[in-house]
Design a protein around this ligand. Structure first.
Ligand SMILES: [Fe+2]
Ligand SMILES: [Fe+2]
Length: 254
């Protein structure tokens, strides 16, 4: 960690997962895929913040959101360019296997952002926590990227911006809501926690559903297949003569 920027301190969880992140980023193919995905996340986040600039009635926030959106678009371009360079130098590296996206997600979690209908204070609290999460993860990603200096430099450059975003959103939240800014932060924290729980529960439900369907396939279906086969053997093969009382009319469907 750079002692000149002590706020770039990864969370305990991100620090604990450092060996996992090192392993995830060590594969060149996975690196390309993840950089492309990060590029998309940054650009999408930039688009949402641009919308936030449109809907806010606070002139200072509008200017800051515009600068913020431009930063996020630039991050998207930086990630995509780096991925393209890596792909050009080793076109065979594309990896369609394990990506570890839930372990090493894109920075922000800005995909949860609902711009319309949010107050300035809620928006700032959400952005502050998202940027803080991004700064924490990008610090770890930068630190595990010793084997790829150009990518490491990109994380370093982006981290600088994310730290600025994290700080300005907190300063502005304190300006907009001097009395209740802590309450807004806690509400945003709980909302993030709830969304994380929902994501985890959805993932778990998917895994449990696959296990149950597999069990059903191998345990419940075989007896039915066996009974169908046995019933099939009892059916006469070939054409059979239909009794005259059942074949008297061809003027209706049944
Ligand atoms: Fe960013
Ligand atoms: Fe950011």
């Amino acid at each position: 960690m750079n002692p000149a920027r002590p706020h770039e301190r990864p969370t305990v969880l991100d620090r604990m997962l450092t060996p996992v992140h090192r392993w995830i980023w060590s594969d060149a193919g996975r690196r390309v895929e993840k950089l492309f995905r990060f590029g998309e996340t940054e650009t999408d986040g930039g688009r949402d913040i641009l919308r936030a600039a449109e809907v806010t009635s606070d002139a200072l926030l509008r200017r800051l959101y515009l600068e913020h959106a431009i930063d996020e678009f630039r991050h998207g371009v930086l990630f995509r360019h780096r991925a393209a360079v890596l792909l050009k130098t080793s076109p065979s590296v594309v990896n369609n296997g394990f990506q570890g996206n839930w372990l090493a997600p894109g920075g922000h979690g800005l995909d949860d952002l609902q711009v319309d209908g949010e107050s300035d204070s809620d928006m700032l609290a959400f952005l502050h926590l998202s940027e803080k999460a991004a700064a924490s993860r990008f610090t770890v990603y930068r630190d595990v990227m010793q084997h790829d200096p150009p990518t490491r430099n990109i994380f370093e450059e982006i981290l600088h911006d994310e730290t600025f975003h994290m700080n300005y959103t907190l300063t502005q939240l304190a300006r907009v809501e001097p009395e209740r800014h802590r309450r807004h932060l806690w509400r945003a924290r709980l909302s993030r926690l709830w969304k994380a729980y929902l994501r985890l529960a959805t993932g778990l439900a998917g895994i449990l559903g696959s296990i149950l369907l597999t069990i059903q396939y191998f345990v419940l279906l075989p007896p039915f297949a066996w009974m169908a086969k046995r019933a099939g053997k009892r059916d006469p093969s070939g054409w059979t003569i239909v009794p005259p009382e059942r074949s008297d009319s061809l003027d209706r469907q049944y």
